[in-house]
Design a protein around this ligand. Structure first.
Ligand code: NDP
Ligand code: 8X3
Length: 249
């Protein structure tokens, strides 16, 4: 196998599982994230010929350009891009939210994702590659306190569909994967490290696990080249829909 995948947010959760899935399937993997100490074990396990760790803050445009420019020769031909790095911060309603947290979510989930996609499009087009964007059910279903997080994911979904149109005829595939409740470090990050809140959310719910999403990413990225999954919404069986809220005077 002489294919290379570039995965953002490879230090944790979905991204770490996706990196392991593709490395085990003999892909070369570029795994990114801010925490170098989380990427090093992956390099040690699979070898530096299989995994390249690119440590940078995805919001830092210069650092992103430098990381791409510094890719070793054998990792430069990117066949698949997984835009996975992202986060939710806070659960307060808009009127009590923290504007700095809103900016961080937009910078990470929207601006950085668009900039990285733009930077890697030439090689993805040249190699008739695949783009897999990790959106969320929050893109489609609003919930109290989801405000800017849900809006950033609506961008991810719509950007994916727009890319499909723009890339018409290039052979590049684009997929928006939209997971529901999944146990990763997501809630720990969202609650600024509240372990009991995170444990309570997932307890007894049999949530999605990171390997489930890694399997989904692998499936959409390795389909026969004439097929494109546009959107893939995935929930645990334990999660479904509830009604609208009504305020009464
Ligand atoms: P984790 O918190 O476990 O992983 C998030 C990843 O994003 C980490 O590797 C982190 O790396 C990276 N990241 C965050 N900010 C930055 C940054 N500024 N620069 C570089 N990397 C960054 O959560 P998940 O695995 O759950 O999240 C992955 C994606 O899945 C996100 O886009 C999330 O919105 C989405 N998602 C999650 C769901 C869930 O319920 N868990 C459901 C639906 C979608 P580091 O901190 O080392 O920089
Ligand atoms: C994560 C899923 O429902 O917590 O994107 O927003 S949700």
């Amino acid at each position: 196998m002489d294919k290379t995948i570039f995965i953002t947010g490879g230090t944790s959760g979905f991204g770490a599982a996706i990196a392991r899935k593709f490395a085990a399937a003999d892909w070369k993997v570029v795994a990114t994230g801010r925490r170098a100490e989380r990427l090093q074990p992956l390099v040690e396990e699979f070898g530096a010929d299989r995994i390249h760790a690119a440590v940078f803050d995805i919001r830092d445009a210069d650092a992103m350009s430098q990381a791409i420019a510094a890719l070793p020769e054998k990792f430069r031909g990117i066949d698949a891009l997984v835009n996975n790095a992202g986060l939710a911060l806070g659960t307060a309603p808009a009127q009590r939210a923290d504007l700095a947290q809103w900016r961080q979510m937009i910078d990470t989930n929207v601006t950085a994702l668009a900039a990285l996609t733009y930077a890697l499009l030439p090689t993805l087009i040249e190699r008739k590659g695949a783009i897999v964007n990790i959106s969320s059910i929050a893109a489609t279903y609003p919930y109290t306190g989801g405000n800017v997080y849900g809006a950033t994911k609506a961008f991810v979904t719509q950007f994916s569909l727009g890319l499909r149109s723009d890339l018409h005829g290039t052979g590049v595939r684009v997929t928006s994967i939209e997971p529901g409740l999944a146990e990763t470090e997501f809630t720990l990050v969202r609650t600024s490290g509240d372990r009991s809140a995170s444990d309570k959310l997932y307890e007894g719910a049999q949530p999605i696990v990171a390997e489930d999403i890694a399997d989904a990413v692998h499936w959409v990225a390795t389909l026969p080249p004439h097929l494109n999954v546009n959107r893939l919404e995935v929930m645990p069986v334990s999660q479904s829909f509830a009604g609208f809220q009504i305020h009464r005077d």
